[in-house]
Every structure is written in C-alpha cells, then in structure tokens.
Design a protein around this ligand. Sequence first.
Ligand code: NAD
Ligand code: SER
Length: 315
Amino acid sequence: MEKILVIGAAGQLGSELTKSLSDIYGGDQVIATDLHESARSKFDYCRFEALDIMDQAKAKELIQKEGIKQVYHLAAVLSAVGEKKPLFAWDLNMDSLLFVLEMAREFKMEKVYWPSSIAVFGPNTPKINTPQYCVKEPNTVYGISKQAGERWCEYYFQKYGVDVRSLRYPGLIGYKSLPGGGTTDYAVDIYHKALAGEKFTCFLREDSSLPMMYMPDAIKATLDLMHAPSESVKIRSSYNLSGMSFDPKAIYESILKFHPDFEIEYQPDFRQGIADSWPDSIDDSCARKDWGWKPDFDLDEMTKDILENLPNFKF
Ligand code: NAD
Ligand code: SER
C-alpha cells in the first residue's frame, strides 16, 4: 500500500487535497501533518500528526517509522507574508524542500509532489500567454524560493532519480478554507464579503489581471500529474498550468449577476507591486500535451459554485 505524508495539510490547498488523497488511497494510508495540534479536528477522515517540518529529526523519525512512500509537501510562506518576513520565508521554503528531497533520496520514496507558482515569473517575463520556458527574474522572496526550488527538483530527478513532480499554480480559489497570505487572496475574500452583504475593499487595482484557478481544477491537475506514467512527465522543474485569467472588476461583475447590490472599492497596497510583476495569462500547452491537462471551470461557473455552496459549508 502507498503510505502518504501531507506536509502543511491544514492550509488552503491541503484541506482539499488531503481529502481527495484519502478518498483514493484510504484514510488509514494518509498522514496529514501541520504545525498545530488544533488542526486535528479537520482530519476526522485520515490520520493526523502535529509536525513542524523544520523539526527535521522528528520528521525523519515519522517518515522512517511509517515507511512513507509519497510526500505532498505543501508547507510554505506565501508571497505577501514573505515580503514581510523574507529571511524566514527563504529558510522555511528552501530548507523544508531540500529536507524532503533528501528523505525521498535516502528512503527511495516512490514520488514527491511540491507546488511551485506563477511567482517564479518576474517583471521581465512576457506577460501574455507566458511560455513554459522564458526569462524568469522574480522580485519577491517567495518567487525566488520557488524558482530555486524548481531547480532543486530537477536536480534531484536528474542526479538521483527522485520522482518529483510539480505545478506552477496560478492563484488558487477555494471556499473550504481561508487563504494563507498571498497576493491572490482577494479573489477568495470577495466571496465571503458578498455573502455577508458587506462592501468589499480590494487591495489590487480594478484592472489588475492575474492567472487564477478554482480549487477543484487544482486538485484534478495535481492528481492527474501524480498519476501520470513517469515517462509522460517530461518537465521535472515545474509545469505551467492555466485555468482562467481575470481582474478584480471581472470577478466583481461575475458576483453582481447573483448579488446585484454588492459593492466594491479599490485601495491598492504593497501587494499591487507583487501582482504587477506576475503574468496576466499562462501558456500551459506542455501540461496539455504531456499528461492531458484541461480545466473544467471558468469565472462564472466558479462564482455560481462558490455562492451556492459556501453558505452551507461548515468551517
Ligand atoms: P497555506 O498558507 O494556506 O497553507 C500552508 C500550510 O502550511 C498552513 O496550514 C501552515 O500552518 C502550514 N505550515 C507552515 N509552516 C509549517 C511548518 N514549519 N511545518 C508544517 N506546516 C507548516 O498555503 P496554500 O495556499 O495551501 O499553499 C500550499 C502550497 O501551494 C504552497 O507551497 C504554496 O506556495 C503553493 N501555492 C499556493 C497558491 C495559492 O494561490 N494558494 C498558488 C501557488 C502555489
Ligand atoms: N497565490 C499565491 C500568492 O499569491 C501565488 O503562489 O502568493
């Protein structure tokens, strides 16, 4: 049986990915881990251990004792928080990835998943339909850590044969948890405000277009990549991935179709500078060709799904 370790499982992505992994492999085969014991209550369908991935002795003991075969390493400091705590972000994002890659090599694990981001791109990158291969000069510590991480992933694959797979996610939008300090978080928060009947203050300009993706598409892409035959996974740094692209005005107008009285105002802050350095849209033709990627949701379909389901969701 596969024994799967999810690191940073209580976050925005992990909360949904861990459930899908448990549905596929069985809850007794999946060990969700996150910093605090308080996260245990989220994981009544699988195993849970409180684990700070920077406590490498404890993490190694767990990996060894449980005979872990696959790791989904999701713990990271995201872009906006990273700009507030750059050295902390670098240490966590890099040290934890290198540790996971080393564990995979030492214990001959079957597979590792590690997410990268559109943050690997920078102001000198082509903005429209950003290609898989192009100039990458990220100017956030988060982006620098993801770019370096991609190089390490490819290195461990080529040098040691570690089967590591990765996606450059766009901004992820889900309603089952709150986001963890990114520049694209506004596109989650806006739905909560609309449903609460409150005016939304957006920290980006109305015309600030970014690549985005609804969480069910992100989960599908992750599992499709992880289940693809090894020979189909031709890119071992990280794959470009695209769902949709929109700006704050477009998501506001999408919500207006359901909540015609909803109001928005724009007060751009430091996150505008981060958004301005990222692409508007992404060319994901390599993912489409290599392992058959195709998204299901556009902006209006996502809006409808969130506004229908969020009111009934129990946090
Ligand atoms: P998140 O901030 O919501 O979740 C991260 C989780 O990691 C949190 O539950 C946090 O408690 C945990 N964590 C932090 N430090 C830890 C440590 N030392 N040990 C163990 N756990 C720790 O982030 P997310 O949105 O779920 O993102 C998950 C991954 O996907 C990250 O690598 C992120 O860079 C990447 N990603 C996310 C997005 C997005 O839009 N959310 C986009 C691109 C890439
Ligand atoms: N959505 C993430 C962020 O805004 C990008 O990886 O930080």
